[in-house]
Design a protein around this ligand. Structure first.
Ligand code: ZN
Length: 395
């Protein structure tokens, strides 16, 4: 029932000093420099957080929960994620999505996997869709998915500027975005259009055109993977200057991707120079998606799989190298994402009444020590305490 976290340094993500935090069931009940509970209150799980930083549970808005890929045929379909892959990465809220393969993967399967992970202890949402337009849905169209299915909070990932996209025209993109907008309004959801950017020469052009030719607000479009090429990233900066939110992808490196790819920390350095702040920046992992490399003729050269752990690894190295402060770094995967997806104040912050989703970091090396999701301790000392239904050691 009660979990009392003592003596940690609280980052809500803003720095709040040394605080005790009292959790009751799945909510945060009290935050105070000193909380003492009466003896007769019943069972209390007390956690000593001395020497730890307490931050909100991470929100990863781009995870291929049931796997993705398939660019090299069925043998390259990537595996589905397991509960502890997420919790060990500090992720307590996840948004699942389909990718290039909307044929052998279905929205129904994605929905079921999201339900399973929710049952296992974390919070899950999904985007309707896959790379293509017209895209994949549960009910037959994206508008009704947003209105009728609680877990659907947006549409994605729709691919543009990529040889694997449906090569959509601007009219197709505007039509889809307007369906998402109205669906989001009627369903009281964020209703974002989460857009995969490939290495194509058009970059963000289609999104800028859609904005020019329609009355849709810029907040409707969320371009992701924008750090995969420096020229694309420069376009993303001007998108951000106009008030749009951009999403970086962890794990991208010049060694593994393109020579002009930017690691998350390098992209953050450029944003810091812009002096516009980081409120319109988020980072996601692309976990369990395929990371294919193609040669100049479009032939598949190699294929890897994305990992949820990389999300914090990339953020952590940006902190250690002094690129961003801890509160700013944590905001990129907590408060900023929650704001974008309209999950605040339930998610993304540590505040009274918010969900009890917390990560305890070792203050020496910023490594993940403890993860609490909806009031339940999922990871202790970096080791999973709770495992998914079919994970080794779980049954
Ligand atoms: Zn993608």
């Amino acid at each position: 029932m009660y979990t009392l976290i003592k003596d940690g340094e609280l980052y809500s993500p803003d720095y709040m000093g040394k605080q005790d935090i009292l959790l009751v069931f799945d909510k945060i009940l009290k935050i105070s420099p000193k909380i003492d509970l009466p003896d007769n209150i019943g069972e209390v799980n007390e956690i000593n957080a001395s020497g730890k930083y307490i931050v909100p549970g991470f929100i990863d808005q781009h995870v291929h929960l049931i796997g993705g890929g398939g660019e090299g045929g069925p043998v390259t379909r990537t595996p589905e994620i397991m509960l502890s892959d997420l919790t060990m990465a500090g992720v307590t809220t996840v948004v699942g999505l389909l990718g290039v393969d909307g044929i052998t993967r279905s929205m129904n399967e994605l929905f079921a996997k999201a339900k399973a992970l929710e049952f296992e202890g974390i919070t899950t949402y999904i985007y309707s869709g896959a790379y293509e337009i017209p895209t994949r849905t549960i009910t037959g169209n994206v508008r009704s998915d947003l209105v009728l299915i609680d877990k659907v909070i947006g549409v994605g990932e729709i691919a543009i500027s990529d040889h694997r996209s449906a090569q959509p025209t601007v009219e197709m993109l505007i039509k889809l975005a307007s369906e998402v907008r109205v669906g989001g309004m009627l369903g009281s959801k964020a209703g974002v259009l989460h857009i995969h950017l490939g290495e194509g020469k058009q970059g963000l052009k289609l999104i800028f055109e859609a904005l020019n030719k329609s009355d849709l607000p810029i907040t409707q479009f969320v371009p992701t993977h924008v750090n995969r090429l420096e020229p694309l990233f420069r376009e993303a900066i001007s998108f951000m200057r106009s008030g749009g939110v951009i999403d970086l992808t962890s794990g991208i490196t010049p060694e593994n991707d393109s020579p002009s790819s930017l690691e998350v920390k390098e992209a953050l350095k450029i944003i810091a120079k812009e002096n516009k702040g980081f409120d319109l920046v988020t980072v996601s992992s692309d976990s369990n998606g395929s990371l294919p490399s193609f040669d100049s003729l479009g032939n598949l050269v190699k294929i890897d799989v994305g990992s949820a752990k990389q999300l914090w690894e990339d953020i952590r190295s940006a902190i250690i190298e002094g690129v961003v402060t801890l509160p700013t770094a944590v905001s990129l995967i907590t408060r900023n994402v929650a704001r974008l997806l309209r999950l605040t104040p339930k998610k993304g912050i540590i505040a009274i009444g918010s969900d009890a989703d917390l990560v305890l970091l070792n203050s020496i090396d910023f490594k993940i020590d403890t993860v609490i999701a909806k009031g339940k301790v999922m990871v202790t000392d970096g080791i999973p305490k709770v495992k998914g239904y079919f994970e080794k050691g779980a049954i």
